[in-house]
Every structure is written in C-alpha cells, then in structure tokens.
Design a binder for this molecule. Structure first.
Ligand code: HEM
Length: 179
C-alpha cells in the first residue's frame, strides 16, 4: 500500500524515525556511561539527546499518522498500526517525563526515576519498532503497489509494477505488456 506522505518518491515517516530512535536510545547509553563514570558531560549530553529525540519523535509521528489514516479499516494493518502509533506516543511521553525530572538538577544529572522511565521507554520502543517493521515488511504498508526487483526509478513517472521493457511484472516475474 503506497504511502500518502512522500519526499523524492519515498515515504517520509521512515526517513524521520531515525532521529527519535537514534537520539533516545543514545540518551540511555549516555545515562549508563554517566552512572559508570560519574562524568557529567554524559548527563548533559543525555539531556539534550532526549530533547532532540522528543522533537524528532513528534515530527515523525505526524507523517506516520497520515499513512495510518489511509489504511483501510477492518484490516490487520489498521490494528497493528494503532498499537504501533499509540505505543510510540507513550514512548515519547515517558521520555518527556524523564527529561522533565532531570531538568531541575545541576548538570541535568538524572535520578533513579528518570533512568527507570528511559529504560521502560526503550523497552517499549523495541516492541513498537517491531510492530513498525511488521507494518512495512509483512503487511506492505508504505510499499508501492506491485513493487518488484526490476521496478523503475521512484522519480520516474512510471508505476512500480512495470519493468524496464514496459511489461507488468510481479515478484514472480513478468506477466503481460502494460497498457
Ligand atoms: C516516535 C514515533 C514513531 C517511531 C519511532 C516510529 C517508528 C516506525 C518504524 C521503525 C517503522 C518501520 C519502518 C521501516 O521498517 O521501514 C514505522 C512504520 C510505520 N509507522 Fe511509525 N513510528 C512512530 C510514530 C508513528 C505514529 C504516531 C503512527 C500513526 C499511527 C505511525 C504509523 C506508521 C505506519 C503507518 C508505518 C508504515 C510505514 C509508513 O507508513 O511509512 N508511526 N514506524
């Protein structure tokens, strides 16, 4: 099912999710390094990683929502997408609270509660990330209709189901001449 929000022929949501995923997971790694070394550079870095990750997460969520709204109701993809999207909103909220808890302390050193919230959010994010993969790899959300190994360039005006010779092609091979 083709994405509704694309840039240069590809879905925008997967382009943006690298920011929250990378930044929020890195913040937890920095928390662990800070706990191990006591080096406040890492608590400061974790604080700003979380801030940027929250902004990136909210931005990514807008484009995920646009694609989810276009999924037909009553399908498995609609339900998986709902769990994925709602779960990711909870991930972002947990990080907002973690960020807020540490914002008042000198050099943004996190207390135990802030770190526990980050751990829970990353664990939940692993589950919701898997659901995102299920949406794309198993259910074909965000994949152009008829996509196959010889599909034409996304920037061409041609649909994905044709091949270079102009024949309609499925993953099993060419079938007929495209109209
Ligand atoms: C922090 C927020 C979010 C993160 C980190 C995230 C992460 C992901 C990941 C990892 C994938 C799989 C991408 C791939 O394998 O190429 C995905 C796909 C998807 N997500 Fe999200 N997601 C977020 C928010 C949302 C929200 C709020 C919705 C709305 C219900 C949503 C709807 C979708 C849909 C429909 C797809 C299928 C691919 C597409 O439409 O481009 N996501 N997401």
């Amino acid at each position: 099912m083709e994405s509704k929000a694309k840039l240069f022929g590809h879905p925008i949501h997967p382009m943006l999710i690298v920011f929250p995923l990378g930044l929020l997971v890195t913040s937890l790694i920095f928390d662990i390094v800070h706990a191990a070394t006591g080096d406040a550079d890492f608590s400061v870095a974790a604080y700003w990683c979380i801030a940027a990750g929250i902004v990136g997460g909210l931005l990514a969520a807008v484009f995920g929502l646009l694609d989810w709204l276009a999924i037909p109701g009553g399908t498995r993809a609609k339900g998986v997408g709902l769990w994925h999207g709602a779960g990711n909103v909870v991930v972002v909220v947990l990080f907002v609270v973690s960020w807020w808890l540490r914002s008042g302390s000198p050099q943004y050193v996190p207390g135990a509660a802030a770190v526990v919230l980050s751990v829970l959010a990353v664990l939940l994010g692993a589950v919701t990330g898997w659901l995102g993969g299920e949406l794309v790899d198993r259910l074909g959300v965000g994949v152009d209709s008829g996509a196959h190994l010889d599909a034409p360039n996304s920037l061409s005006e041609r649909p994905a189901h044709v091949n270079a010779a102009g024949h309609t092609q499925t993953p099993a091979g060419p079938t007929s001449r495209a109209a």
